[in-house]
Every structure is written in C-alpha cells, then in structure tokens.
Write a protein that binds this ligand. Structure first.
Ligand SMILES: [Fe+2]
Length: 336
C-alpha cells in the first residue's frame, strides 16, 4: 500500500447557506478574502491563486457540506480511491460542472464522518482575475493547505480511524479542556506539515455532541500579524459576533480569534502556528496539553440564550444517530 501522508492538503470548503448577503460582507469585508460572485447562485472566496477556497451554494443547511482535499498526483488519487472502494464504500465521480465551479481538474466524492462529504481532487486551476482582498499580506496555504477544520463528534475513535484509513492521518497531540462544565478531549490530526488539518473534539465518556453544525470552526491563516488584528476590528465594526477574543493556542502556538459566521459555525483567523516539518517529524511525539489557550481567547457576547440553545442541541444529540462510515472507520483508533 502506497503511503499518502504529505501528499494531502485541505483544498476547499463547501458551505450550504441562504445568507449570501451576510456572507458577502463577512468573507470580503470582515475577513478580507477575495470575493468572486461571477456565477449565478454561487459565491466563491479566494485566498490565493486558486480559483476557489470557499464555495457557498444555496441551501437550508447553514453548515459546511463538504471538504475538498487536494492530492498531489494521480498515483495518490488512485490510491485513495482504491482504499475507499476496497472497503465497499461507493465513490461518485464529480461532473464537469462541479469540477468547474471548484476550479479543479479531477474530482471524486465519497461519504465522510457525520454527514460531512469528502471530495478529493487533483490540480487546482489558477484563477484568471488578479487577487483583490483587504488582507494585504495574504494567506498561508501552499504545502500546508488552506487551514484546518474542527469537528465535534460522539464517536471520536471512529473519526480518527476514518482519517487514518483514508489519508494516513497522524496524531499530532491532544488538548483536554472544560467548556461549560463539560470535559472535552480534542485530537489534532495532520496529513502534511500543517500542525493539524482536522481537529476532533468530543465530550469525555458521554455520547453527546453540543454543536449543531458538522464543523465547529474553520481556520484560515494570515501571513502577517497586522492582518489578523485588522480583520478582528473589521469583524467587530461590521457587527458580526465574536466567539473568542484574540488569544494563543497551547499546542500549535497560533495567535488567533474566533468569529461567528452568518451560518452559525465559527471562523478562526490565525497567525504563526508551528509546523511539523520533516526535521520535527523525525522525533515528534504526541503530548497532551491542558486547555486550548496559553492566554486570551476570552468568550465574547455569549448570551444565556446561546448557552441554552447549545445545551438543547446537546440533549437532542443523545437521540441523533451519527454515521461515521464504519466501513472506513474500522474498529476506530483509541487514545493512547
Ligand atoms: Fe482551530
């Protein structure tokens, strides 16, 4: 079996929303991305030369619908397809139109954890139009991919098993954190030099998922600190909700804040996380950190109503079935 670790990069995120006007303001005016609204009923944001890093399509979900993973070459692409189909999970070939609006060449889709579709592609097409964004210093993408996503689940061992089977994901580290009186364990997985492309959070020993959306937050990384602070101010000035003020993460040392998107999941803008490069990879050992933040990240504006809504979602989640594609999750991977 051919190893695919290192040849996998988070390429784009697909969001289903009806709130195009708010997203336009959030993505372009607050976060500072390049807005492309040249297609009917589709909004796209760019961070770099790639034609599409965020694809917003109309729908009632107000949630992330799919993750798109860039694979470096056709051998890696064929290897991932072989793994998925060998486990009896069907793949769907993307249509020419679907590939076009994502700005990619080869596109295939298959089911992922908790209803979050996974798409793989080779070769992102460079956009024709010059980049125009408020974020002047640019975003850090390239080898590390667009950033990361954090998922919440009732079955973290299955989600780990899934990403291990499909992409050879490696455990970078853990964080234990108490939020609203509940003890969470977060597992950070990498598929390339980025410290993590996927974070998997779960409430310890309770089959509970307090987050309505499939993704708790999406992260993008700015190249310059000034762009992080300027976008923080724009988020507030434009009246979008802030979830957590500026602070620093314990494990990857990233400086960041968390805003609330028009769809309700959070959006982290970060600067300067450590990378697990080839040298660090040789001796890397996963450790456990206590708490997500060294300093800062104080909650802003979370009202009692929000908290109650969260507990309601948590209670409802006890009854909701969570399908993590057990064929690809295998027996799951426990925490060591
Ligand atoms: Fe994050």
């Amino acid at each position: 079996m051919r190893e695919v670790f290192g040849n996998v990069h988070l390429g784009y995120v697909v969001v289903e929303t009806e709130r195009f006007a708010d997203w336009r303001r959030f993505g372009r005016d607050a976060i500072g991305m390049h807005l492309d609204d040249s297609l009917a009923d589709i909004l796209r944001f760019r961070l770099d030369d790639n034609e599409c890093r965020f694809l917003l399509r109309r729908g009632p979900g107000e949630d992330v619908a799919a993750l798109g993973w860039e694979l470096d070459d056709h051998d890696t692409f064929d290897e991932v397809i072989a793994r998925v189909t060998a486990h009896g999970v069907p793949i769907t070939e993307g249509t020419t139109e679907e590939a076009d609006i994502r700005g990619v060449e080869r596109l295939v889709r298959f089911p992922g954890p908790n209803g979050l579709a996974q798409e793989i592609f080779t070769r992102a097409r460079p956009a024709a139009a010059p980049l125009q964004m408020a974020n002047r210093g640019g975003f850090v993408t390239g080898e590390s991919g667009l950033g990361h996503v954090a998922l919440t689940t009732k079955k973290p061992h299955q989600v780990r098993g899934y990403y291990n089977t499909v992409f050879d994901a490696r455990l970078t580290d853990y964080i234990d954190e108490t939020i609203s009186g509940l003890k969470f364990k977060i597992r950070f997985l990498r598929v390339n030099q980025r410290h993590h492309s996927i974070a998997i959070a779960a409430v310890n020993r309770l089959p509970l998922n307090p987050i309505r959306t499939r993704v708790q937050h999406v992260n993008v990384q700015v190249a310059e600190l000034d762009d992080m602070t300027a976008s923080y101010q724009r988020v507030k000035e434009l009246g979008f909700d802030m979830a957590l003020a500026v602070g620093q993460n314990t494990n990857d040392k990233e400086l960041s804040y968390y805003a609330v998107t028009p769809s309700g999941f959070e959006w982290e803008v970060g600067w300067n996380p450590i990378v697990v490069d080839d040298e660090a990879e040789k001796t890397w050992l996963p450790t456990t950190y206590q708490g997500i933040s060294i300093w800062g990240h104080t909650p802003e504006g979370q009202s009692i109503v929000d908290r109650l809504a969260q507990f309601r979602a948590g209670a409802q989640s006890l009854l909701r079935r969570e399908d993590n594609v057990p064929a690809l999750a295998g027996a799951g991977i426990g925490d060591n």
